[in-house]
Write a protein that binds this ligand. Sequence first.
Ligand code: NPW
Ligand code: ADP
Ligand code: K
Length: 539
Amino acid sequence: MELVTAEEMRRIDRHTIDAIGIPEIALMENAGRALADAVVRLVRRTGWHDMDAILLEGSKEPDAGEAGWGGGKPWAVLVGKGHNGGDGLIAARHLALRGVPVRIIYATPPEELRGEAARQRDIAERLQLPAGVYAPGAVDWSAMGGIVDALLGTGTGGTPREPYAALIREANASGLPIVAADLPSGLDPDTGQTADPCIRATLTVTFGLPKRGLVQYPGAEAAGTVLVAPIGIPVGLAAELGVSTWLLTPETLRNVLDADPDAPRQPDGHKGTYGHVLVAAGTRAMSGAGLLCATAALRSGAGLVTWAVPELLAESLIGAQPELMLAPVADGGRGDWLAADPLEVAAMAARRDALVVGPGLGRVPGSGVDGRGWLRRLWEALPPELPLVVDADALNHLAEAGDFAAWPKRPDATVFTPHPGELARLTGLPARDIQRDRIGVAREYALRHGVTLVLKGARTVVADPFGDVYVNPTGNPGMATGGTGDVLAGVIAGLLAQGYPATAAAALGVYRHGAAGDRAAAKRRSPASLIAGDLLAEL
Ligand SMILES: NC(=O)C1=CN([C@@H]2O[C@H](COP(=O)(O)OP(=O)(O)OC[C@H]3O[C@@H](n4cnc5c(N)ncnc54)[C@H](OP(=O)(O)O)[C@@H]3O)[C@@H](O)[C@H]2O)[C@@H](O)CC1
Ligand SMILES: Nc1ncnc2c1ncn2[C@@H]1O[C@H](COP(=O)(O)OP(=O)(O)O)[C@@H](O)[C@H]1O
Ligand SMILES: [K+]
């Protein structure tokens, strides 16, 4: 399923209306009716199973409790002056038809409504649906059962102005369940940034296609459960019009990335069939990072995994994970990568099918005798086609080098897996700015540097060197614990060794890694007690 910006949605709507000829009013009627249907299901507790809408992967069904929502009281329908307000008015009409009492609250004088929204206002008036204009402090929220937020949609720009802002604040403070039309008012549909104020919805019914901001934090939280309601947009139109951002679901993996998450193993396969990973990771203080990474590579299905470690450590790691092969690298007796020769690592990697470098690597010298850093010498010595994952400290070395743009390009077999702090060091942007537009920043970096970028954190973003982006819905905050990133790097390297192309390996890797985290969290009393090692058994 594609994820769209407001501008992309407008183009898709326009094409549907102008080129295909479906009247705008038909799209709006479908939207408003789907919105009403969702509210009715919450009021009557009839569930979603037979609804003509899709529960977005990663969204949990809202719990309407024993009695259903609203307690028979009227639903306040908050109406803005654009088409989002028009959707709300149509929903109010369908709610009334289905026996749910409504009170329409116009944010601004109803004379200000234009186009289709004005037509819906006139219909509501002729049907004598109860309506009034908002005045601060004048709404008795305790008399209401719930709220439909149809104030602002994809046509919004910036922070909600008055009187919208005051109305949003009152709605949030009412404690009532809020169902948002298309997106919570105050949410930036493209980035997921929430304005002050922004509606805190229990449920968002989004129309046609999910907006990007609904699947990035903090927007994902403001949106609550997200239902995607079809309104008549032809299947395949988004792709035809060049939309290149997807929610990472099993269908996306299968249909867009040709990476079936349930692909069976070949019945006559042997360990040689599934590739050999070299893991260059772990140092005296952080050998566990290497162990987690290498074990995860095994669990991802790789046929063989060799763990390269500084020589001094090798002895103590014998048997730590019996299935791993150990490859000691000469270290001058220091137990870290400081003295290890990158050319020796490159030579080891050349005999394998993928290399992951970085977890627990520690500090290595910035520049060698020839002025090039450790990582650059490794980079240049590797066979260009060898699939490579660069994680953790290796990314910091890359940032310290400061001249990555001038490094020789590798073909599409290079995956970087930074968290926002690491990407901040790589780009020179503050982490705050990266978080403000994760999809945009990740896409830009991947395109510019010709790598597949995995920007970690809640709703991980995978961006490929061709401009395509995937947003992962799996995972949970229990995974915010040391070592889970090392597991991810190992999983991706394991998939690369099995022959998946870089983007498919990265996407399938983050999806499976998050899903393993979700299974592991479900087995614990609290997700807070999750540790990285718990993920290994769930991969
Ligand atoms: N097109 C279609 O086919 C379909 C569209 N659909 C629906 O239409 C929605 C998009 O409708 P839209 O484009 O009319 O914009 P919308 O979000 O209602 O708001 C615009 C109004 O808000 C105002 N405004 C802006 N910023 C503001 C601020 N910061 N603070 C306060 N006010 C602000 C702005 O006023 P202005 O600034 O121009 O004075 C303008 O009047 C979309 O989300 C979906 O719900 C569906 O029915 C399916 C079919
Ligand atoms: N709130 C969250 N929701 C989903 N996934 C998360 C969350 N917090 C962290 N993660 C995941 O956990 C992993 C953490 O990786 P990282 O920050 O590199 O940690 P470490 O370096 O300690 O291993 C990433 O895959 C990240 O996406
Ligand atoms: K809205």
